[in-house]
Design a protein around this ligand. Sequence first.
Ligand SMILES: [Zn+2]
Length: 111
Amino acid sequence: MGVLRIIVQFDKLGQTWNAWYENFVESSYGRSTPEEALGRLVQLDRLPDFEPCNIELVAEESTDTQFVYSMTPARVVCPECGGTGQYTGLNTVETCSMCNATGVLVAESKL
Ligand SMILES: [Zn+2]
């Protein structure tokens, strides 16, 4: 699972800020500040695999009227066992010690 991008853009006609997840244009909300629009989006439209605390501003792509944020997954598939929770050895099948047999790793909070 990769990084999810969030676009926050100023609507000159409506004089409001709208926020949406890239590739999900329908998730857009009119607010008076970019922070409000972003906060509202992640509050209302909480995605199970992403944590609102893992949001970062993508500075290179942001302008005065558009901000781009990246949201990193709260959980990632365990690279050691590929999400199975088991480690297959030469003659044995063992519990994966990296993820504790859960198959996922919890990403560290950036805040
Ligand atoms: Zn594992």
